[in-house]
Design a protein around this ligand. Structure first.
Ligand SMILES: [Zn+2]
Length: 107
């Protein structure tokens, strides 16, 4: 049987719980406040770049725990950083690539 297309991994019950949390008015408020407070991507800033942040990221994984989810701490990230670097960092437990001030990875 051929798998039809690619689906994001939203199948687990935990993921469904996460999605519910992200849809709450409370989260929208926290996200807006975080992005207003810190409008630039924190990881880009560490790399010496100025990029507008669009994602309110949980610094510590909340794993669907509503207390942690709403309490933070949070940081502002751009989408590429949130989707790329941050998640692979969480998956592997270490930072894979360091990006230099010129924007290129340091070997
Ligand atoms: Zn960034």
């Amino acid at each position: 049987m051929a798998a039809k297309g690619r689906r994001p991994d939203y199948r687990s019950p935990e993921a469904a719980e996460y999605r519910k949390l992200y849809k709450t008015a409370r989260w929208q408020h926290i996200r807006t406040a975080q992005l207003t407070d810190e409008p630039l991507c924190r990881m880009c800033r560490k790399e010496g770049r100025i990029t507008a942040a669009t994602v309110c990221d949980h610094i510590e994984q909340h794993k669907g725990d509503p207390i942690k989810f709403f309490a933070g701490p949070f940081q502002s990230l751009c989408k590429p950083h949130h989707d790329g670097a941050k998640q692979s960092e969480e998956r592997t437990g270490k930072v894979k690539t360091t990006i230099g001030l010129d924007g290129w990875p340091i070997p």
